[in-house]
Design a protein around this ligand. Structure first.
Ligand SMILES: Cc1cc2nc3c(=O)[nH]c(=O)nc-3n(C[C@H](O)[C@H](O)[C@H](O)COP(=O)(O)OP(=O)(O)OC[C@H]3O[C@@H](n4cnc5c(N)ncnc54)[C@H](O)[C@@H]3O)c2cc1C
Length: 618
């Protein structure tokens, strides 16, 4: 082990791995401090990647040469496309992975493609001299010097595990928590929050009664997550998941034992994720729901273990088993591990800049669950950004940020940094105002448009070349369809009036693309990925153009200044907005729009009032 690295990344989970992998590409010396080499890339909860909004982040990470999409493809055992019948803005790919193979794939990618030094140990303190980071101390007392540090410690800071009334320190089941580093961060004056998350019990698949559950097979027609691993798994080689539901009896068991749950027994003070509630919360908050869905998901090919997705809880072990056995298909189930809740420290994310660097301590970057997020994909997106910026800051170059209109990672950073987090933050499509711009199919194009070439080329040179070619191909075809009118024979085949512009025809919802592709080799020569993007952009061109124009308008408006001592009263604002604007005193629309609880219509009222004031003065 050397005693100095340009960058030290603490934590080898999904964010730490991306941070180290992206940082090393800049030719810097990078160390990844991990409690254990074997746990690098471990999935704490369910072995699945993707899903709503998250799948777009996976593709953003892939565009920039990240690890998670490749590892997901290398270990996938089933793919599905969610919302297939809905529009492209909400369609998303989800892969069920082999848990063990996933972490081995992460380790293989890191090992074979980087010279990141893996240091086994626990970082217990940051060394700050004259307000500057100079390194970290490991729990054994060893010091490692660093010019920049990325903290990606997940659920381990001050981690505490709860199963019923049993409670003990831990970051994940059977893995120790880290307390020293939490203290170090508090001593630096940082505001620390307390969050909680949970996981369901695991069950023995050999004890599931498959006659009483519904099968959910994989699908054929999907696009793998990484352009580097475009091999698809035939549907008959994919492993099925199963669906069942809780029953009234399940709910009665939970209600009867609610106070024995760590969550309701008053043991847990941390705030849990509203959008991924435990089964106790679902039963208590939605008493009118007669049942809740439970997905039975295999944990891998070489194991009989299943993950019952939907019943995360912190009830006593014996109650967990009783509850499971009240679910159809699980009447005789054996539990292999109990579910549990974990409570942990989070650094209030409003203390970091959009580059993920701490506002008050330069060259310390934060990523993943330590910043208040929940989810592998969220962690990976933030890790890649933090690692890239750590490298750029060491090199004295301009750091990058990701705009909301071009990236879900950007939406997440913006929400966290400006609005903060009052519960574990997960990405949802509803968090973006430009959903149609943030589709799965065009993540490559968005990244190409917003990441400077000098950075993109370092992170993923092959992707850069490939995307530039695809972008030019799409531009060429767009010009072609804009300049081409259908001949009378072509128009007749397509059942439209002669002289119709090809571009206009392709914008029609009933356009027959198969016939068009047969007619025009200029279009059918596009490769599969740009062809998909071109097709969606033609079909939804009206909506996309409107969102692009809204995004441009918003960017202009963000810099509209709010006059000093502006009177927010009597301009038609809701009283909550008036109170918040007076209290926070935003300087411009950007700051105003990021105040928690402020809605787009509050902003519209405010903008209207400021414009009117300027117009009246003229
Ligand atoms: C019980 C549980 C349930 C969850 N449920 C879900 C879910 O249903 N859906 C979902 O999307 N996400 C879920 N998550 C969250 C998801 O696992 C995390 O959001 C994601 O793993 C965060 O990635 P990360 O890289 O930030 O941290 P982690 O994956 O937690 O990795 C942190 C790594 O840092 C290491 N580490 C920590 N401190 C130190 C230190 N001081 N020195 C050296 N190494 C250190 C740890 O050993 C670990 O390897 C759950 C997490 C847990 C623990």
């Amino acid at each position: 082990m050397r005693d100095f690295y340009d960058i030290v990344v603490v934590g080898g989970g999904h964010s730490g791995v991306e941070a180290a992998f992206s940082a090393h590409k800049f030719g810097l010396s990078v160390a990844l401090v991990s409690k254990s080499k074997k746990s690098l890339g471990r999935m704490s909860c369910n072995p699945s990647i993707g899903g709503l909004a998250k799948s777009r982040v996976v593709r953003e990470v892939d565009a920039l040469g990240g690890v998670l999409p490749r590892a997901a493809d290398m270990s996938a055992i089933q793919y599905r496309v969610l919302n297939r019948r809905k529009g492209p803005a909400v369609q998303s790919t989800r892969a069920q992975c082999d848990r063990k193979k996933y972490e081995l794939s992460v380790q293989k990618i890191l090992d074979e493609n980087s010279d990141v030094a893996i240091i086994e140990g626990s970082a217990s303190e940051l060394i700050i001299e004259d307000g500057k980071i100079v390194g970290v101390v490991l729990s054994g007392g060893e010091r490692i010097g660093a010019e920049a540090v990325v903290l990606a410690t997940g659920t381990f800071l001050g981690g505490k595990i709860f199963i019923g009334d049993v409670e003990y320190p831990g970051g994940r089941i059977d893995e120790n928590a880290e307390t020293g580093l939490s203290e170090s961060l508090k001593n630096m004056g940082l505001k620390i929050l307390r969050f909680k998350t949970g996981t369901p019990p695991r069950i023995d698949g050999r004890t599931i009664n498959y006659n009483n559950v519904r099968i959910q097979p994989g699908e054929e027609d999907y696009v793998p997550f990484s352009f580097d691993t475009m091999v698809k798994i035939p549907v008959d080689e994919q492993v099925p998941c199963y669906i069942t539901y809780t029953t009234e009896r399940t709910h009665r068991i939970i209600e009867k034992n609610l106070l024995k749950s760590a969550l309701y027994g008053g043991k847990i003070v941390g705030i849990g994720p509203r959008y991924c509630p435990s089964i106790e919360v679902k039963v208590e908050k939605f008493p009118h729901h007669p049942r809740h869905i439970v997905f039975l998901e295999p944990e891998g090919l070489d194991t009989d273990e299943f993950y019952p997705n939907g019943v995360s809880n912190s009830l006593p072990e014996e109650v967990q088993l009783e509850m499971l056995r009240s679910i159809p298909g699980l009447e005789d189930v054996e539990m292999t591990k109990p579910g549990y809740a974990v409570e942990y420290d989070v650094v209030d994310p409003t203390q970091v800049l959009p580059t993920l660097e701490l506002r008050d301590y330069r060259k310390i970057f934060l990523a993943g669950q330590i910043l208040g997020t929940s989810g592998y994909e969220e962690a990976a997106g933030l890790g890649l950004l933090a690692g890239t910026n750590a490298a750029l800051s060491v090199l004295g170059k301009d750091m990058i940020t990701l705009p909301r209109y071009a990236s879900y990672t950007g939406v997440m950073v913006d929400d966290l940094v400006f609005r903060g987090a009052d519960e574990p933050y997960r990405l949802l499509t509803g968090r973006s105002e430009f959903r149609l711009l943030l589709r799965e199919d065009n993540a490559w194009l968005s990244m190409l448009e917003v990441i400077p070439k000098s950075v993109f080329y370092v992170l993923a040179p092959e992707n850069y070349e490939r995307y530039e070619r695809w972008r030019k191909d799409i531009e060429r075809v767009k010009v072609f369809v804009g300049n081409t009118g259908l001949s009378s024979k072509q128009a007749e085949t397509l059942d439209v009036p002669g002289g119709t512009k090809l571009a206009d025809y392709l914008r029609r919802p009933d356009a027959d693309w198969k016939k068009v592709l047969d007619m025009f080799s200029e279009i059918s020569s596009l490769e599969e990925i740009p062809a998909r993007t071109f097709r969606i952009e033609m079909k939804y061109s009206g909506y996309i153009a409107r969102q692009l124009s809204d995004a441009r308008e918003l960017r202009k408006l963000e810099f509209l200044e709010i006059p000093e001592n502006f009177n927010f009263l009597k301009i038609g604002l809701r009283s909550e907005a008036v109170e918040k604007f007076f209290r926070k005193n935003p300087r411009n629309i950007r700051e105003a729009s990021r105040i928690p609880g402020i809605t787009p219509s509050d902003i519209a009222v405010l903008v209207g009032a400021i414009r009117k004031m300027f117009n009246d003065k003229q």
